[in-house]
Design a protein around this ligand. Sequence first.
Ligand code: PMP
Length: 433
Amino acid sequence: MTVIAPNAIDRSALLPASLRDDFPILSEHVAGGHPLIFLDNAASTQRPRQVIDAVSGVYERTYANVHRGIHTLSELSTEQYEHARQKVQAFINAEHFHEIIFTSGTTDSINTVARSWGDANLRPGDEVLLTVMEHHSNLVPWQQAAARTGAVLKHVPITDDGRLDMEAFDQLLTKRTKFVAVTEVSNTLGTINPIAEIVAKAHAAGALVLVDAAQSAPHLPTDVRALDVDFLAFSGHKMLGPSGVGVLYGKEALLDAMPPFLGGGSMINEVKLDRFTSAALPAKFEAGTPPIVPAIGMSAAIDYLEQVGLAAIHRHERELTRYAYEALSQIEGLRILGPSPEYRTGLVSFSFDRIHAHEFAQVLNDQFGVAVRAGHHCTQPLHTLLGITASTRASFYLYNTPEEVDRLIEGVVAVQEMFAPKGRHRKRRKPDE
Ligand code: PMP
């Protein structure tokens, strides 16, 4: 088998492999005995013992519903839940704790803004500026809002190397633009977008900005005040926390002026049979029983990330990504999606003309124990633009190692030799076969 020798790894940029010991699942074996190599972190990450213990500790000792009870456990749970809110506030440097709304995830956060802010503010002919690299979560809610309000959607294209076309952005941003919704990091291309520049230009044009931070908050330091973003959305499960919790950050004045999205318990001040008044922030946007335990788990995940350091995590992932990128670029016929490593975070997606992404993922799992993603990664329009229906994505996090990247490369070469040996052209699969 061909062995690819990428440029040597700079070990001084890497985190100590000993932190893997904090993640019990990483010692699992899969597919008949291969040690698990988990490279599907952009979909969801794994949890360290510290987060697992925080979650089970609540269930074992302090769990009750929050805000409503006068009894000890309700007070304890409320304290822990509100402490988690403060933890998130500090993590993204928000000015007020009540600017942090716990949601079920990024999707829920974006839908809340599209429904609440969108329905109250968008008028026929107003424009919402998105990009072609958005996840479906930052496309569909705006399509729905446009259908309800008559607003018009515009999309910033990408350059040939998979970065946002900022010249096109400048042209598409006009007085009609009321709202810009953009991802900080593309979950398919890995591209890091110039958020500060986007926000400054959008504000100068009189538009508000929502940043989809699902793929950035877990990997890069986030400072909502330095960036001056109006709304920011991210998910706990992509940053070592539990699933079922996410965050919507919004500037106080904007959230105050917005009508509540979901109605029910907790979000009210007073209810009559025919009307209600809303609670103050943040309860106004947290109808029903909130994600109590996931939020407390997310707080423990933030502790963990901060202890390791976001800047160190970013450095580690960049080095692994460069290593993987350089090795993959030596494989004939393999197309890497997105820009060169200096413009991206820790993921690499690729396609191969004659091999379907599912075949890569299947063989990598079954014969190498490597977990990767195959499909359109919820960016169907982007894949269509790139002229493909699916790609294979390897995404890294703080616990991945260069040896795991070596195994990935070994697996990719094996798949290539298995399905598309040099000189023999397999019949091309139909897109959705
Ligand atoms: N935006 C981006 C860029 C994502 O990668 C994802 C998750 N794949 C989402 C939004 C949606 O996140 P969630 O499923 O946690 O709501």
